[in-house]
Design a protein around this ligand. Structure first.
Ligand code: NAG
Length: 168
């Protein structure tokens, strides 16, 4: 029986962003999926790991959980059966690409040889992204009510971040 890491990290993003989505974009759903995927699959590709596939079932799970978080925008995990990376930012303009880039940026704190993270830093979002056995991902983004910010969540299957195992 594996034990999962509890990944609880808080992105306190103080810069409020008001970036507008391009209204001419033909398929906003596809654009969202690609924004989540591209930075994460680029991180995997640089390690020669297979790309994650977008998965509609995981997307529905992520959307259903994100909808629950719309009321408080709390950075809380769903505690479901999947791997999960979550993001919160104040303001309304945060994009999926920015959330994915924030997770991938933990790479600089991670040491592969000792399979450890720099002191007082968080690496668990990154190690989930580059977990070799993970094959599928689905994500969602919601703007929270009463200006509480933006919440995004990605779910991963099979889940990663098993204690004592290297991601790849
Ligand atoms: C990653 O997974 C693939 C497919 O299961 C396997 O062939 C490969 O050896 C694994 N790579 C590493 C570094 O574990």
């Amino acid at each position: 029986m594996h034990t999962r890491y509890a990944i609880i990290s808080i992105y306190i993003l103080l810069i409020s962003s008001t970036h507008a989505v391009n209204p001419r974009q033909p398929d906003p759903h596809l654009k969202t999926a690609n924004q989540f995927l591209a930075p994460q699959n680029a991180a995997r590709a640089s390690l020669r790991l297979r790309p994650l596939a977008w998965d509609a079932r995981l997307e529905r799970y992520a959307q259903s959980y994100a909808n629950q978080r719309r009321y408080d925008c709390d950075l809380k995990h769903s505690n479901g059966p999947y791997g999960e990376n979550i993001f919160w930012g104040s303001g309304s303009g945060w994009t999926p690409a920015q959330a994915a880039a924030a997770w991938v940026s933990e790479r600089k704190w991670y040491s592969y040889w000792s399979n450890s993270c720099a002191e007082d830093q968080e690496c668990g979002h990154y190690t989930q992204i580059v977990w070799n056995n993970t094959e599928r991902m689905g994500c969602a983004r919601v703007g929270c009510f009463r200006g509480r910010g933006v919440f995004m969540t990605c779910n991963y299957d099979p889940p990663g971040n098993f204690i004592g195992e290297k991601p790849y």
